[in-house]
Design a protein around this ligand. Structure first.
Ligand code: ADP
Ligand code: MG
Length: 348
């Protein structure tokens, strides 16, 4: 094969936006998803529907592409590892395994002398009785969580008995940080000390779901520099190739904590499509397909608003957008509560 064909595991909106970025670079995409209605099938060159554990289907997919990436982190490690034996998977499967496990992820970050929230492993219900020191806190499943799914806020020990928690899973209990702000840093690493990094993005969440992102983040210079420095350090340590996002908390005393790492493009980076010369999606495709690295330039300040559930309807009906507004519909078949249906970016 002379031309590069990029395989993407996962077919959500991130897959759609990766496919659009690839198209711009003349790279064909084949998407593999276990969702028959995956929205990204509208944007890729070829779509394959199948389970992430169906080895034969996966093999067919692998034959069609030169390099493979993924747009969500909960792909089984065994699947990524098998694929990696015949074609390059980027970011490396071992990186994904580390980051998809909240406990391993936090241990890794702490070993780099980078601050995380205080946390402790919880394997059974009785473990919680001696953990009053971590309350108020949030109990999170160690794997498979996103958009606040698999999370239980716990104020005091009585809550534990009232909550229906499935203890066949393993958890991490995290002490609640008194949040002043949340920010994220998106970085695309190409190879040793070669990367493009976006400025910190300020994020607003409601019910543990991202609602708004904006640049510039309203933070002091120390936090601006420290969050970038830690993100570079994390991506270097992982020898990461592609786009990665580090989510941070800032407490009321301006202490910075790493919340979590996403080994992929990220919702808070959607504004990079309109606000920078190269988006997080294009940078990811450039890095995993070994294309040229282009120096990043910010073109505009910007704000991105997620359209959740029914919020999309008004935009679908009337598109009276100003010149500085950009509407993205993810073309999901069904409108569901708490489901990210689209977003709006406003350039400032
Ligand atoms: P997800 O994987 O669902 O994104 P996160 O761990 O990032 O899970 O949590 C989602 C949101 O919940 C965070 O962005 C933050 O707003 C809130 N949150 C989670 N953990 C804490 C914590 N320890 N202290 C304060 N807020 C938290
Ligand atoms: Mg998060």
């Amino acid at each position: 094969m002379s031309e590069t064909i990029l395989g993407i595991l996962g077919g959500g909106q991130l897959g759609s936006m990766l496919s659009m970025a690839a198209k711009k670079l003349n790279i064909k995409t084949v998407i593999y998803s276990d969702d028959q209605d995956a929205p990204a099938q509208n944007f890729c060159d070829e779509f394959i529907f199948g389970s992430y554990k169906d080895n034969n289907q996966i093999l067919d997919f692998v034959k069609k592409v030169n390099v493979i990436t993924y747009e969500f982190e909960n792909i089984p490690f065994d699947t990524l590892n098998e694929i990696n034996k015949s074609k390059t998977v980027l970011p490396k499967p071992s990186v994904n395994r580390l980051i998809q496990h909240r406990l391993a992820e936090k241990d890794f970050v702490n070993k780099l002398n980078i601050r995380t929230t205080r946390y402790v492993s919880v394997e059974k219900k009785s473990d919680l009785n001696s953990l009053g020191d971590f309350l108020p806190g949030i109990l999170k499943t160690t794997t498979m969580g996103y958009d606040g799914k698999g999370q239980y806020p716990i104020k005091n020990l009585n809550d534990i008995n009232n909550l229906k928690i499935d203890f066949s899973k393993e958890y991490v209990l995290e002490k609640l940080v008194k949040l002043k702000k949340e920010i994220s840093v998106i970085i695309t690493r190409f190879s040793n000390n070669k990367y493009e990094i976006y400025e910190p993005i300020e994020n607003t969440h409601k019910d543990q779901i991202l609602r708004k992102s904006k640049i510039p983040a309203d933070i002091n210079n120390k936090l601006f520099e420290q969050s970038k420095k830690w993100s570079i350090q994390i991506s270097e340590e992982l020898k990461y190739i592609g786009t990665l996002c580090v989510e941070f908390f800032i407490d009321r005393n301006d202490n910075l904590y790493v919340n979590e790492i996403a080994p992929r493009v990220h919702n808070s980076g959607h504004l990079t499509i309109n606000a920078f010369n190269v988006s997080q999606f294009e940078n990811h495709v450039r890095a995993v397909c070994s294309l040229e690295q282009i120096p990043l330039k910010k073109l505009h300040n910007a704000e991105m608003i997620n359209l959740i559930g029914e919020q999309i309807s008004a935009y679908r009906e009337s598109l009276n957008l100003e010149e500085n507004q950009f509407f993205f519909d993810y073309h999901k078949k069904e409108i569901k509560d708490k489901r990210k249906m689209g977003h709006l970016t406003i350039l400032r």
